[in-house]
Design a protein around this ligand. Structure first.
Ligand SMILES: Nc1ncnc2c1ncn2[C@@H]1O[C@H](COP(=O)(O)OP(=O)(O)O)[C@@H](O)[C@H]1O
Ligand SMILES: [Mg+2]
Length: 443
């Protein structure tokens, strides 16, 4: 989007740069006063001591630079010394080269220092690289611990190897998810190769930020995890609502920190900003101020990710209409999630209630239209539980009369007293009507 692209190149104000870097130092338990940040003649200069200049640190900084800079070179890389230089679009042009961003880490001659300089102000992307490097240099944890740190900050980490709840139905939506997210995430080099053919100036053609929108219970969170699994990537689930309320007062710092740490992770990952409507402006004036500040951090952080697409942001919202226009403009693609149509419901029933015959499935599906996938799943589970209770009551009742043993004897029929082995249509219909009544009482 043109607006997003413009925002991406706009420089970040000096005070914002300073406060962001100080936040990073603070989060790393580093004395903020020992961080030297200057803007002489609006040239940026960051200098700080680091605890130790190890090979691992130098390699991690190279990895972070690689993810953020398109054209760059390692000027020097020796034991305890690294110097990186950003280059021009045309790699042979030396014009203005000295003005570009430079990173230098030195552990030579008793020095242990990180220095980053640039003639002129930083773009959001450059600032996010600088914060990621600073965090890595000051933090005691290596990049491979980034996921552990994110978990400590209130995120849930889903690895591709983790078990997932099963999914069914929604063929078209799943196909779109595959096209827009899974394929580009799995084959970035193919997309990049095409972009190099088509553009006079290289620009990433893969989606960087995708928004899932739809009412509660329509499968947004589930599908984000599923995409990660299919693409073989870690999903960092950021439950904004929880983070904002649990860390009220320091939530701006916390949110910025999550992005910074995610950026130090070695591999591509999916940053899933769930319940993004938590940022919708509130009518309460004090909260209004807080949510504006948060929003501005979020916008800048998303812009900062817009480089080589190592991190893809997926947002989810129940209230698209309440979302801030600037935030909305950051998303390349919006995917709508809806309640299942009748054929989807039949497929969900084939998944959640496979014992039902075609006729019962059809009858039940008709009754379930207008409900969300979560509601349908809940009703199926409740029907199973009510049947289980009935079976237990029947069997303990029978046992009780026979001598008080609760456990059914080995070899006893699964369904004593004429209770069915699996819920029949009647169980689901009864549960549905109970569900509707409880819903009515809720509202
Ligand atoms: N395609 C699907 N097939 C089966 N169950 C699903 C599917 N999508 C979601 N569910 C179930 O529905 C419930 C609600 O989904 P969730 O992803 O939490 O919705 P949302 O994030 O939109 O509120 C979850 O328990 C999930 O297991
Ligand atoms: Mg959800």
């Amino acid at each position: 989007m043109a607006e997003a692209a413009k925002a991406n190149t706009a420089a970040v104000s000096l005070s914002e740069v300073r406060s962001e870097l100080e936040h990073v130092a603070e989060a790393c338990g580093f004395d903020v006063h020992r961080l030297q940040v200057s803007f002489e003649r609006s040239d940026f200069n960051l200098r700080t001591e680091v605890a130790e200049v190890t090979d691992a640190l130098l390699i991690d900084i190279i990895a972070i630079a690689k993810r953020h800079l398109e054209n760059w070179r390692i000027h020097t890389f020796e034991k305890s010394f690294l110097s990186i230089q950003a280059l021009n679009e045309s790699l042979f042009s030396t014009e203005g080269l000295l003005d570009k961003i430079k990173i230098r880490v030195s552990g030579l001659y008793g020095e242990k220092a990180l220095e980053i300089t640039k003639k002129g102000a930083l773009s959001p992307a450059e600032l996010s690289m600088v914060t990621a490097i600073l965090r890595r240099a000051l933090g005691k944890t290596a990049a491979k611990d980034a996921l552990g740190e994110l978990a400590d900050m209130g995120c849930h980490i889903f690895r591709p190897s983790d078990a997932l709840p099963g999914i069914a139905a929604f063929k078209r939506l799943r196909e779109r998810l595959r096209e827009t997210l899974v394929l580009p995430l799995k084959n970035p080099e193919i997309y990049d190769r095409i972009a190099r053919e088509t553009r006079s100036e290289f620009a990433v053609n893969r989606p960087r930020a995708v928004l899932f929108t739809g009412p509660p219970g329509t499968g947004k969170t589930t599908m984000a995890r599923q995409v990660g699994k299919e693409a073989g990537l870690v999903v960092v689930h950021v439950p904004l609502e929880t983070i904002l309320s649990a860390y009220y007062g320091e939530s701006t710092k916390r949110l910025a920190g999550i992005f910074d740490v995610a950026m130090t992770y070695r591999d591509p990952l999916i940053l899933f900003l769930d319940e993004i409507d938590a940022l919708a402006p509130s009518r309460n004036e004090k909260l209004f101020e807080a949510s504006r500040r948060l929003l501005s951090v979020l916008l800048r952080k998303i812009d900062g990710l817009e480089t080589l697409g190592n991190i893809i942001t997926v947002g989810a919202t129940n209230r698209l209409q309440d979302l801030d226009a600037a935030l909305l403009s950051r998303f390349d693609t919006i995917l709508e999630f809806n309640d299942p149509a009748e054929d989807d419901i039949r497929e969900l029933l084939a998944y959640y209630a496979r014992q039902l015959d075609a006729d019962s499935t059809k009858k039940l599906a008709e009754q379930l239209t207008g409900l969300s996938v979560r509601a349908i799943r809940d009703i199926c589970l409740r029907a199973e539980r009510s049947l289980a209770r009935e079976q237990i009551e029947k069997s303990t009742g029978a046992q009780g009369a026979a001598g008080g043993a609760i456990a059914a004897p080995v070899g006893a029929p699964a369904a004593p007293g004429g209770v069915p082995a699996a819920p029949t249509l009647e169980y689901y219909l009864r549960t549905l009507s109970e569900y509707r009544t409880s819903r009515l009482q809720d509202t």
